[in-house]
Every structure is written in C-alpha cells, then in structure tokens.
Design a binder for this molecule. Structure first.
Ligand SMILES: [Zn+2]
Length: 268
C-alpha cells in the first residue's frame, strides 16, 4: 500500500458517506410518498422523491450546497440550520461518519486481497444504498419492499458473473438454496416466526455474500438480533419484548455488510 492507495480509500470513504446522505433523503421521501398518510397528497411520486435539494427538518428551506458535504457539512453548519437556527439531528453526522469509515476500510481490505477491487467497491456502494433503504423501512413499518430484494438479487448475479472469481458456481448457488428450503420448511411447521419477505431477502443476501460468508449470514443476523433485544429490553420487560415484532431485515443487512468486509469471501 502506498500513499495513492490511502488517497483512494479516503475518496471511497467520501463516496460512501455521500451515498448514505442521499439514501437518507431518498428513504424519508419514499416513506412520505408511499407509506405515510401524506402519500395521498403526492400525485407525481417519483418526481417528488428524486427532485429538489435536501430540506431542513424544521423549516423546510433548502440546505445550502456547502452544508450538504457529507460529515463536514454538519461541522461547518455548527450543528444548526442557518435559516431557522434549530438544531440539526446528530444522526445524520453519525450515519455519514460510519459510512465514511466503512468505505475507507472496505476499499483498503479489498485492494489487498482482490484484483477487482474497484468494481467490487462499486458493487458494495449499491448494496450499501439498498441495505440502508431496507433497514430503515423494515425498522419503521416491519415490511421489506420486494423491489429492494429483487435489486439485491440482480446485483448479486451481475457481481458473480462480471468478476472472474474462484468461487465454484455450485457452492455459490447451493448455500442460498439450502437456506431458502430450510427456512420455508421451518415457516411451514412454525408459521408466523419469519415473514416470507425475510426468507426471500436471506436468499438474495446469501447470493450477494457468496461462499463461505453465505453459510453464516442468517446465524450472525440472529446473534445481532439477540444482542439488540438484550440492550433494548431489561429482564422485567422480556414479556413485552417477546410480543414485539422483529425488524429482521435490519439485522440481516448489518450481518451482510459486516460479512462483506471479510476477505476470505473473495479469496476462495
Ligand atoms: Zn431550518
């Protein structure tokens, strides 16, 4: 690794942070256009979602270009909207910083272990965007849009066939099919535990993780779900926790994003 590789890693860090910043606006506008009560007042949904700059959560005025720069925009603005002086939520800053670090680390690791590092990083940018979208929608409404699952499915096929990797076709395809069949069987005998959308998402994400990461994806997602419930609910609240729905799509996406960092999934 030389100085040029560090600069490229920094560059990709910024790309990831910008993509998350865009994903945030895209997702909250999709919620308003398709899921919230306000959807009835929005006639041209895609025009509403894709046009116009980011707006302040409080006064709805467009945000000046310089404050839209990921990570730094939040610091430049001194955490306040320049027009209405209300505080800007720190969650934007946290999301962008995590995305920045992820982009940096992902490129750095991929560059070391795979010759197709640029194209793999570009695929990861798309996965990252879709995973953010799925996580946010699933967390709020407990549903996973089919279009998002299908996008991951198509991307995983493109990634497998575009990149001359050493994962055998049979290994790549058999693990997701095994999970798919196994989870449908569990769903048949114990209905209501896992949604069909969850099973379809597991299938698509396992294809995208590729062997050997696909072996561990649902297990790691379950561990993250357990940790989440352990932190969120204390002992005396376990009865309420048992009744709550689980945004399993969110935990699957986190597990997928973490597994993609492990270079062994490219080395095989
Ligand atoms: Zn404002």
């Amino acid at each position: 690794m030389d100085i040029f590789d560090y600069l490229l890693s920094l560059y990709y860090g910024f790309v990831f942070a910008s993509v998350i910043s865009f994903a945030n606006v895209f997702t909250s506008r999709c919620k308003k256009a398709f899921y919230e009560k306000s959807r009835k007042n929005i006639s041209n949904k895609w025009k509403y979602i894709l046009s116009g700059r980011s707006k302040c959560d409080h006064c709805n005025s467009s945000i000046t270009f310089i404050y839209l720069i990921p990570v730094f925009g939040y610091l430049f603005s001194l955490r306040k909207c320049t027009k209405c002086k209300q505080n800007i939520s720190i969650s934007y800053f946290i999301e962008e910083t995590i995305a920045f670090m992820y982009g940096f680390v992902f490129f750095y690791i991929t560059k070391k272990y795979n010759v197709h590092y640029h194209i793999l990083t570009i695929f990861m940018i798309f996965y990252f965007f879709i995973c953010y979208f799925i996580s946010s929608i699933d967390f709020t409404y407990f549903l996973i849009p089919t279009e998002a699952i299908f996008s991951i499915f198509i991307l995983s096929i493109m990634e497998y066939f575009l990149i001359d990797n050493k994962i055998q076709f049979i290994l790549w395809i058999s693990i997701p099919i095994t999970w798919f069949a196994l989870l449908h069987l569990i769903n048949y005998f114990m209905p209501g535990k896992l949604g069909l959308a969850d099973i379809h998402l597991i299938f698509a994400l396992c294809l995208a993780t590729a062997f050997p990461g696909s072996l561990f994806l649902p297990t790691i997602a379950s561990f993250i779900a357990i940790i989440y419930f352990f932190i969120r609910y204390r002992k005396e609240q376990w009865n309420t926790a048992r009744l709550t729905k689980i945004p399993f799509g969110l935990f699957l996406c986190i597990a997928f994003i973490l597994l993609k960092l492990i270079p062994s999934s490219y080395i095989f």
